[in-house]
Design a protein around this ligand. Structure first.
Ligand code: NOJ
Length: 578
């Protein structure tokens, strides 16, 4: 999938030459902090239920602000059966009871965010709803329902032997068919993610208007500043929902058919006209297939009027095949980094991140989470992210270097439906369950979802068990906040540095200055007037860096306090400025 380094370096530098001066914007410079409501902070104490809530989040906004973040992204808090932790919405215009159930709480949250000079993004999940949404209940009730066309319904396909089968051969992301049979009318509906997440039919203009009104304008009128758009490149499905061309009767990955669908750009521009135009907002789309540079750039850039920015998965895709860890090295990671940097370079409309609620913890994946190297590798990754181009996204707990769940977790500790169905699949196939559990501790989404470790006593009330177990409580904010050598203090320092040198770190052009080292990443960020050189040892080997730094360069940041040697210690990084 990855393009070779040398081609990408050329691509990146020719784009850079064409780029000229980038227009500046608050969302390009802003640091986004993602909050996963169920695991952040609970406001209830005596009657604690072990779940975070909106009031709890509001009570901790100073933490986000003090870190230096400017934009708070709130993952879903809407009414939902929570089968996919809120990415299955049953009422867009509501607050789930478990998060406090009150629109007043959300109003207070927005006004407290704004009072601190920050902005807020809500999660926009409009490729699908929950099957408990009133729209779906009505749609499913009868073939003549006024909302039948809000979702995709099809008759079963009759096979030559007379048996019934799903309408086409699309594979769903849960491993079975993307079609789900509904007894009420004897037809199948499309649910690309899960049976409880039916896909909305965007080809009907009335449907689009209903989505715009409920999911976007309702909240924009509340005063929010934009959206993180879930699965934003698959709203438009190909006409006729054709089979994936195949010589067999099995199920097939249909993403090449429905990603960047025929009307995708048109629908996004309609959304801009109907909801966002005239408002000072930021939108960032979650992009599933990011190896095509042209497609990426067709979404971003002011003239497109589609989305401001896009998440590219390249850096996070490496080293895994589903739940299986695979070998990776810095050559592959450099290719991925090059792609994300080149993709955003014309517009600075890219993004940079290594964690979110769907990903394991970055120290465990790209650093080393052993007690010996955890802090050093956390700082090295902080240096990397803070010096790359693209809007910088941090996920709760990343700023204190939280790591994956302990290896002694049993399957009963896991909560994510995807983790459980992966494990059940292995059991059903008679596979190796010990290996499956190992894979879950490395790659499951549960790794990111353990409660935020505010202090050693646990995240929520000590009287109750939280919805998902707390993990690694020795890594907590209270222990780090006054320690100048902590991961937290280093993140705060790097965020300050990114802002004070935004000319190079946010708006500068990126270029690798070494493409060969198996241990070091070395790159330059530069604009017309100044440049920075970043050298990071991402290995456990002490060693000499592969490049020399220009004379007169000033040391701007270092992961190791008081270090002056020419040899870099394990996971040591330095930033020089000229
Ligand atoms: C992407 C979200 O980030 C993920 O958590 C969710 O399961 C799927 N989209 C489906 O909404």
């Amino acid at each position: 999938m990855y393009i070779t380094s040398s081609i990408l370096v050329l691509a990146a530098s020719s784009l850079a030459a064409a780029a000229g001066n980038h227009s500046q914007a608050w969302w390009k410079e802003g640091i986004v902090y993602q909050v996963y409501p169920s695991s952040f902070k609970e406001s209830r104490s005596n009657d604690s239920i072990g779940w975070g809530d909106i009031k709890g989040i509001t009570s901790k906004l100073d933490h986000i602000h003090d870190l230096g973040a400017d934009i708070v992204w709130l993952s879903p808090f809407y009414d939902s059966p929570l089968q996919d932790m809120g990415y299955d919405i049953s009422d867009y215009k509501s607050v789930n009871d478990i998060f406090g159930g009150s629109l007043e709480d959300i109003k207070e949250f927005i006004s407290e965010v704004h009072r601190r000079g920050m902005r807020c993004l809500f999660d926009l999940v409009i490729n699908h709803t929950s099957d408990k949404h009133q729209w779906f209940e009505t749609s499913a009730s009868s073939k003549n329902s006024s909302l039948r066309d809000r979702y995709f319904w099809r008759e079963p396909k009759i096979l030559p032997n007379g048996t019934q089968a799903p309408p086409n051969n699309w594979l769903g992301s849960n491993g079975g068919s993307a079609w789900h049979f509904d007894n009420r009318t004897g037809e199948y509906y499309l649910g690309l993610f899960n049976d409880f997440q039916p896909d909305l039919n965007w080809d009907n203009a009335t449907n689009r208007q209903a989505i715009f009104n409920d999911a976007l304008n309702f909240w924009l009128d509340f005063g929010i500043d934009g959206f993180r758009m879930d699965a934003f490149s698959i709203f438009s499905k190909p006409a006729g929902l054709p089979d994936v061309p195949a010589n067999d009767t099995g199920l097939h990955d249909a993403r090449p058919l429905y990603n960047d669908g025929p009307h995708e750009h048109e629908y996004l521009r309609e959304m801009t006209r109907e909801c966002l135009a005239g408002r000072d907002t930021f939108t960032v789309g979650e992009y599933g297939m990011s190896d095509n540079m042209t497609s990426v750039q067709e979404y971003i850039g002011a003239s497109r009027k589609e989305v401001n920015s896009i998440f590219l998965t390249n850096m996070c895709d490496i080293g895994r095949d589903g739940y299986k860890p695979t070998a990776w090295n810095l050559t592959g990671w450099r290719d991925a980094i090059n792609f994300t940097q080149a993709a955003g370079s014309r517009t600075v409309g890219g993004s940079v991140y290594l964690e979110n609620h769907d990903l394991p913890r970055s120290i465990s994946r790209f650093g080393d989470d052993s007690p010996e190297y955890r802090v050093q590798s956390g700082k090295a990754l902080a240096m990397l992210l803070s010096t790359l181009s693209g809007t910088l996204f941090l996920y709760q707990g990343q700023e204190i270097g939280m790591i994956n769940v302990p290896s002694n977790w049993t399957i009963n500790d896991y909560q994510d439906a995807n983790s459980i169905s992966y494990y059940d699949g292995v059991v059903k196939d008679g596979g190796n369950v010990t290996e499956a559990l190992h894979n879950l501790t490395r790659l499951s989404r549960d790794n990111a979802r353990t409660p935020f470790n505010w202090d050693r006593s646990g995240s929520f009330s000590s009287n109750t068990t939280s919805w998902t177990p707390a993990a690694n409580l020795d890594i907590n904010l209270a222990d780090q906040i006054n320690d100048s050598d902590s991961v937290y203090s280093f993140w705060a320092e790097m965020i300050r540095l990114r802002k004070s040198h935004k000319d190079v770190f946010v708006y500068g052009e990126f270029e690798f200055i070494d493409l060969d080292s198996p241990d070091f990443l070395a790159y330059r960020k530069k604009n017309d007037a100044s440049e920075a050189t970043v050298i990071i040892n991402l290995s456990k080997n002490a060693g000499k860096p592969p490049v020399n730094v220009a004379k007169h360069s000033k040391l701007l940041a270092q992961t190791q306090q008081n270090c002056s040697s020419t040899i870099y210690s394990p996971f040591e990084g330095r930033v020089y400025h000229l």
